[in-house]
Design a protein around this ligand. Structure first.
Ligand SMILES: NC(=O)c1ccc[n+]([C@@H]2O[C@H](COP(=O)([O-])OP(=O)(O)OC[C@H]3O[C@@H](n4cnc5c(N)ncnc54)[C@H](OP(=O)(O)O)[C@@H]3O)[C@@H](O)[C@H]2O)c1
Length: 362
């Protein structure tokens, strides 16, 4: 483990022979993967005592996973599904509701906290990187922030992981394509049309460059538009339909924007299998059904007894947002299916699984 210099402030705990402040400020961490731009280096741990860092604990016998974005729509699901033979260092920004002995919560403001420090402190076997600025309009309004969070932080995590020989699983997006053709394979040339997609594409390229001599350590999923249960702050791209319906608000959905929607549980399963079976490479990860967003919304509304009159048809031609919308980012996931040996479920099956999960939740 590298030595940490110039730490200051806060209450302390001991980890790996290091005295760690509850609130730390680092000037540098040694050895540094090179080249590294040091931002405002702040890392915060939630706990006042050493939080499940003891590698002798029974839960710590399996893989040590650093999961970023653990409060998110996908991250929350992955965090729950990782229960078992894993010790998870779960970064969160807002409050982390999920607690269990296998989880070490790590509060982390990614625009300030050095990603390298996370690897030095927690010495994971795998980094699952799901933290991102995901709202396309927020990215368009603040491209610098989007580039910092989505590209630079990802590249720095990747550098630190590669330097340490740590595997990395990264979630990119179907939106890296311009949507002119649809049915994209991994061989098609990405042409992002939004700041969000551009920053995710740049992150892919940075990681591929960083891991060029260790490709076996890197898994990139281009995740399709995902549906499943999230919390009110992390609904996923279609979940706000439920929230609007509860308050009697209409939801406008595009009839001419096509995707291959992915059940959230399958996204999580793929990530877990990438950790456990070490499948490396770039994979398109979408469901088998190519549908427009309006049709998907209607299926969800019908299945869950929402008022379908509140689901309104819109065209991307009428979209007033700051950047153009890609019409057809449907993907072919044949490479994933062949490598992982199973196929993501279609919409009807996915919605049925959501219904069963809700029964389990209530
Ligand atoms: N869901 C999809 O359909 C989909 C499709 C394609 C690709 N993806 C990719 O999959 C990944 C996860 O997506 P998601 O839907 O789960 O996103 P999400 O619900 O928006 O979650 C994003 C996560 O990033 C964290 N985060 C955001 N800004 C942060 C900051 N400044 N510092 C620290 N943490 C910060 C959030 O924390 P707080 O909310 O607590 O602040 C949250 O945990 C992303 O990389 C996304 O690009 C998702």
């Amino acid at each position: 483990m590298g030595s940490i210099q110039e730490s200051t402030g806060g209450s302390n705990f001991i980890f790996g022979g290091l005295q760690i402040s509850q609130r730390l400020s680092y000037a540098s961490i040694d050895p540094l993967p090179s080249p590294v731009i040091i931002l405002d280096l702040t890392l915060m741990s939630d706990t006042t005592t050493s939080p499940n860092l003891n590698s002798e604990a029974p839960e710590a016998t399996g893989t040590r996973v650093l999961l970023t974005g653990a409060t998110g729509f996908l991250g929350g699901r992955v965090l729950r599904d990782l229960a078992g033979n894993h010790q998870v260092f779960a970064t969160h920004h807002g409050a982390l509701e999920e607690t269990a002995s296998y989880i070490t919560p790590v509060r982390w403001e990614a625009s300030k906290g050095a990603p390298e420090v996370l690897l030095a402190l927690f010495e994971p076997d795998v980094v699952v990187h799901l933290m991102a600025l995901t709202r396309t309009e927020a990215c368009a309004k603040n491209p610098e922030k989007a580039r910092l969070l989505n590209t630079e932080v990802t590249a720095r995590l990747g550098q630190a992981a590669c330097y340490r020989g740590v595997r990395m699983v990264f979630a990119s997006t179907d939106l890296v394509f311009d949507g002119a053709k649809g049915n994209y394979t991994e061989k098609d040339e990405p042409r992002p049309t939004s700041t969000y997609a551009q920053t995710k594409r740049e992150a892919e390229q940075a990681l591929q460059q960083i891991f060029r001599d260790r490709p076996e350590l890197l898994t990139i999923f281009r995740v399709g538009l995902s549906y499943g249960w999230g919390d009110s702050a992390h609904t996923g791209p279609i979940g706000w339909l439920f929230h609007n319906a509860e308050s009697g608000q209409p939801t406008d959905l595009f009839t001419d924007e096509f995707r291959t929607p992915l059940f959230q549980g399958d996204a999580s399963r793929a990530i877990l299998e990438a950790i456990e079976h070490q499948h490396a490479g770039l994979f398109h990860l979408g469901g088998p059904d190519r549908v427009d967003r309006y049709t998907l919304g209607m299926r969800i509304a019908e299945r869950f007894g929402l008022d379908t009159r509140l689901v309104r048809k819109k065209s991307i031609r009428d979209y007033q947002g700051p950047e153009p919308r890609a019409a057809d980012c449907s993907m072919v996931s044949a490479k994933f299916i062949e490598t992982f040996g199973w196929a993501p479920v279609g919409i009807e099956e996915g919605l049925e699984r959501m219904r069963e999960e809700r029964k389990g939740l209530t």
